[in-house]
Write a protein that binds this ligand. Structure first.
Ligand code: SF4
Length: 459
């Protein structure tokens, strides 16, 4: 360990303070910390972090070298060649399974805190008003990007840099897609999102809010005005448990709960218009990142929160750091239990959940032990439930566009380069793959932007 030193762990605000507000939990590292951490990089490795670990292939050795020299501006220039929003990716990427998961220092010690250094560089550039340079001549061709989430952001930025006229359409009143409605302020502050979008606009991307493509404009209508259309509308349709009592009052999907909290600022009601009901004892079903976000939001709104998961502690699918932060803040966990029925004392509001005790079985396709019912049930009293067991692709555009081919799971069918069944219409991200990570969706945005460029150069 002596030569490569210990990995920097970013500071967090104390749990007893942060659990009472929506301010950011983790703090951006200092310039000195960034230089020290970047200097741990061993030179001349094959950079599997970049080629195998990062879906947008950030030149990690290149940007770390510049940070280690204290040249943050050059580091930023290197970073944005691959991620146009390093302040976002540095915060929300699952680095432990992406870039840091492939870091060669893992073999001899601890991986470099790539995400923390990337976030530092992104924030430094935002504070110092460093813009993303346009790299190509104007092409005088127009591309519509539908959806302003992760895949749309990267597609729009790349196409604008290539010289295309890009208009991005977003159904909500603020841009960001899942980054805005799904991720709470304490993990990704809206001011960061706002600044990154200002930068996209400075790059020439025109953003139209409150436009529901599929109803406000159809795809054939967009094709009359644009040379190409990119669909990056994500996966935001909640999966339901399909157990009796799921329609009782007091049972929310994480999607609705988080949208109210994140997008409508319900936590500031009555200063903001949208109210939110939060129970005294809240049960969150599921243990992915969305479940952690919902649990920690409910905690901040004053509830006693329990996460109920059908598998065990070692199988929690949320990022390790989010699980840790949730436990530190006082979220409690009930493992190896799955809802079989929601019950009500008054026939209207949920009052308890009948839970089946589960036990670990043979590994499933994910390699984790399959949860197997034991046949034994118990009751858990609660006055609010938030279900967070996953999402399907958004159905509106496929429903309104009969020629757009989708598979049995509602995913848009594309060729290997992102072309759909409709000429000049492309798709990428969760609408194609089903629910995935932010950075995987961004990787799609990059790939499909290249395809669009390749195809448009022929006409
Ligand atoms: Fe790692 Fe994400 Fe940055 Fe890629 S974009 S280097 S995966 S933090």
């Amino acid at each position: 360990m002596s030569k490569i030193g210990h990995r920097l762990e970013p500071k967090t605000r104390p749990p007893e303070i942060r659990k009472k507000d929506f301010e950011e939990v983790e703090l951006t590292i200092s310039p000195e910390e960034a230089i020290k951490e970047a200097s741990r990089d061993i030179k001349f490795c094959a950079a599997p972090c970049s080629f195998r670990g990062c879906p947008v292939n950030v030149n990690i050795p290149g940007f770390l070298k510049k940070v280690s020299e204290g040249d943050f501006k050059e580091a930023y220039k290197i970073l944005i060649q691959n991620t146009p929003v390093p302040s976002i990716t540095g915060r929300v990427c699952q680095q432990e399974i992406q870039c840091e998961g492939q870091c060669v220092l893992r073999r001899v010690g601890e991986p470099i805190a790539i995400g923390a250094v990337e976030r530092f560089v992104g924030d430094w550039a935002l504070e110092n008003n460093i813009e993303i340079p346009v790299t190509s001549e104007k092409k005088h061709k127009k591309v519509a990007v539908v959806g302003s989430g992760p895949s749309g952001i990267v597609a729009a930025a790349d196409l604008a840099r290539m010289g295309y006229d890009v208009t991005m359409y977003e159904a909500f009143h603020i841009p960001g897609g899942v980054l805005a409605y799904g991720i709470p302020e304490f993990r990704l502050p809206k001011r960061i999102l706002r600044k990154e979008f200002e930068r996209l606009q400075n790059l020439g991307v025109n953003i139209e809010l409150g436009v529901v493509v599929g109803t406000t404009y159809t795809i054939p209508e967009l094709l009359k005005d644009y040379n190409a259309v990119f669909l990056g509308v994500g996966a935001g349709r909640p999966i339901f448990l399909n157990v009796p009592g799921e329609n009782l009052a007091g049972i929310y999907t994480a999607n609705e709960f988080l949208t109210r909290v994140n997008l409508m600022k319900a936590y500031m009601f009555p200063e903001y218009d949208t109210p939110i009901h939060v129970g005294k004892k809240v049960a969150v079903i599921g243990a992915g990142n969305t479940a952690m976000d919902a649990a920690r939001s409910a905690l901040r709104l004053g509830a006693d929160v329990y996460v109920i998961y059908r598998r065990g502690r070692n199988e929690v699918s949320a990022r390790a750091v989010e699980f840790k932060h949730a436990e530190e803040e006082g979220v409690k966990f009930i493992f190896w239990a799955a809802p079989v029925e929601f019950e009500s004392n008054d026939g209207i509001n949920v009052s308890s959940i009948k839970l089946m005790k589960m036990k670990p079985g043979e590994p499933d396709r994910s390699g984790r032990p399959r949860p197997v019912p034991t046949g034994e049930t118990f009751n858990f009293d609660t006055d609010m439930v938030i279900t967070a067991i996953g999402f399907y692709p958004n159905p509106l555009i496929p429903q309104m566009t009969p020629d757009l081919k989708v598979d049995d799971h509602g995913r848009v069918v594309v060729d290997i380069e992102g072309r759909t069944s409709i000429p000049r219409v492309y798709a990428g991200g969760d609408i194609v793959t089903g629910e995935s990570t932010v950075i995987e969706a961004m990787g799609w945005g990059r790939r499909v932007a290249r395809t669009i460029d390749k195809d448009l150069q022929k006409i």
